[in-house]
Design a protein around this ligand. Sequence first.
Ligand SMILES: [Zn+2]
Length: 81
Amino acid sequence: MKSDDIKEIKCSEALKLIAAYVDRQSEENDARTLEKHLETCKHCFDRVEFEKLFRERMKGLKLDISSMNLTAKARKMLEDL
Ligand SMILES: [Zn+2]
């Protein structure tokens, strides 16, 4: 596929694609479309970085929660994040 074939999308459309993209569940076309948008849109790029960090952190928390000897209050706080 040539890059010319990738359609331009608005931020509102990009936002809908970001969750699946970060979870690596995107269709090939959606991923390309979003990546093209990210090249020109700092706002959405930051959003993707945030979503990635957030997911990494949640993964880390799950491991930590099961292995740490937390008080019930601390555990509740982490689970509510
Ligand atoms: Zn955007």
